[in-house]
Design a protein around this ligand. Structure first.
Ligand code: 4AD
Ligand code: MG
Length: 477
């Protein structure tokens, strides 16, 4: 039998049509009006029950969260707020939901509470909107690369290398913890492990993607990456999804162009195709803003911010220029942007990044040419011998959303850098081969998918834009 869905019915004008709908009750009012949702759209459809001719025992079971099957007729709505509704001819309760126990009541729940109920929070309007947008963005990512001649490359999840050289890795091991084999010098003997060496969950697919770009030209990865960094912030996850394009013959300028074009494309995609969900989130934030003191309110609404990003150029600024700006700005007494004057050569803290983006330039910023000593080993050394062709894209409210670079393509320079950092060259023999055989300029970047979803949905905490967040002390579900 054909099953209808709410999204299709709400835009239908096939009145008096017999319909068959399955979904979950959001609310049941006056023993008569069911607001039914089936996930196909943010909107509920009103289903009007003929309560006089419906068994009392059935009416009692129409509760928030219950799964129901409805047969009925599509009619023009009599009430305000919707154009169509369903006159219920037959209702069957598929799955009860005891109102005394069901945690998701039709009222405002705090995000903290909902995080503890991550398996049910998707039944709220906010989370279903966020996750529909997440899905749409994921599609737009693949669509963009597909339309632009990229191949999707599946990077390994288990690797033997540390792409970022930051040592923030989760070890993958099958060794018996009670009886760990040890080498003569007392270290764990990974030669006895499953892979015969120490392995970890990938922190980035970049190194492997580089090897593929050097044959297929343009590739991208889009997969889970893992960082064992102990950061309890609203921007960090231990498991997050990263999009990493890598392009042969692209230099840093091409890389910036790609990042900007790509971000604008995916935002435009949801602006065009997901208007209902975005309008809801925009309204949610506007209401939230109204409860704040004047000086803490946003200058732009969510939708205005998204349009602004799509319609304006990102500002491109070198690290050295950024340091000058930071040195010369007057520290803000009102706490928010109080920062220490930054010295050339030190990494920018998030408060510096936020100052540049939110107060100084008031638009997305691409910072480039960072000091070599604060960036990863694979970045192309500039002629000045002290900066590298690195770039970070900084977004308002988010901070760093993209990190990337032109890669060091010269074998001798790369080897020297690896030696300086005490990285075992033998571990990277396959990576160094790309520089030995047909090396060329190439560039790429990594975009943190959850930070992008955060920006687009306006959600304040990264834990609320991924279905089951992994953070320190938190892998409940
Ligand atoms: O700047 P990162 O560490 O760069 C790399 O991993 C490069 N290998 C990427 C490349 O050039 N192919 O990470 C890239 C992005 C960051 O800008 C941020 O958006 C996101 O990944 N990211 C995180 N997102 C959530 N939680 C974390 N713990 C993250 N760490 C990085
Ligand atoms: Mg980075």
């Amino acid at each position: 039998m054909i099953r209808n869905n709410v999204a299709e019915l709400l835009s239908s004008n096939k009145f008096l049509q017999e319909i068959n709908l399955k979904g979950w009750v959001r609310t049941f009012r006056a023993n008569r009006f069911i607001a039914l949702n089936d996930g196909s759209t943010i909107n509920n459809i009103q289903c009007v029950v003929d309560f006089e001719n419906t068994d009392e025992s059935i009416l009692k079971r129409i509760t928030t969260g219950a799964a129901v099957s409805i047969k009925g007729t599509l009619i023009e709505s009599q009430g305000k707020g919707q154009s169509v509704e369903i006159q219920v001819n037959e209702i069957e309760i598929l799955g009860d939901s005891n109102p005394d126990e069901y945690p998701i009541q039709p009222k405002k729940h705090s995000f903290e509470f909902l995080r503890e109920n991550a398996h049910l929070r998707i039944r709220t309007t906010t989370f279903s909107s966020v996750m529909r947008l997440r899905s749409a963005l994921s599609f737009a990512v693949h669509k963009y690369f597909n339309e632009n001649g990229f191949y999707n490359f599946h990077a390994p999840i288990i690797t033997g290398s540390d792409a970022e050289g930051a040592g923030e890795m989760f070890t993958v091991s099958t060794l018996n913890k009670e009886n760990l084999p040890k080498t003569e010098d007392g270290k764990i003997d990974y030669s006895k492990d499953f892979f015969g060496k120490e392995t970890n969950l990938t922190v980035s697919g970049q190194l492997e993607a580089e090897t593929y770009a050097m044959a297929l030209g343009k590739v991208y990865t889009f997969g889970p990456t893992f960082r064992a960094e102990n950061s309890n912030t609203t921007r960090h996850l231990a498991e997050f999804w990263m999009i990493e394009p890598e392009v042969a013959f692209n230099n840093l300028d091409d890389n910036m162009d790609l990042a900007e074009d790509f971000i604008k494309y995916v935002i435009s995609y949801v602006l065009k195709n997901y208007t209902d969900d975005l309008a809801f989130l925009d309204n949610r934030l506007t209401q939230e803003d109204k409860s704040k003191p004047m000086n803490e309110r946003s200058e732009m609404s969510l939708l205005e911010k998204l349009h602004f990003v799509v319609e304006n150029n990102f500002k491109r600024v070198s690290y050295t220029e950024a340091i000058d700006i930071l040195r010369n700005c007057k520290p803000n007494k009102k706490k928010k942007f109080q920062y220490i004057i930054n010295e050339w050569g030190s990494d920018l803290q998030s408060e510096h990044e936020r100052y540049l983006v939110e107060k100084h330039f008031k638009c997305p910023v691409i910072l480039f040419d960072y000091p070599a000593n604060i960036k990863a080993f694979y970045m192309r050394l500039n002629e000045d011998g002290k900066t590298v062709r690195a770039m970070d894209v900084l977004f308002p409210g988010i901070g760093e959303i993209v990190g990337g670079s032109q890669r060091e393509e010269r074998l001798d320079v790369l080897k020297q850098k690896i030696a300086e950092l005490n990285i075992d060259e033998k571990e990277l023999w396959w990576y160094l081969d790309t520089r030995k055989f047909g090396t060329a300029v190439h560039s790429g970047f990594g975009l943190g998918f959850e930070r992008l979803v955060q920006f687009i949905t306006g959600m304040g905490n990264i834990r609320d834009v991924i279905p089951y967040p992994r953070t320190p002390q938190n892998a409940e579900f």
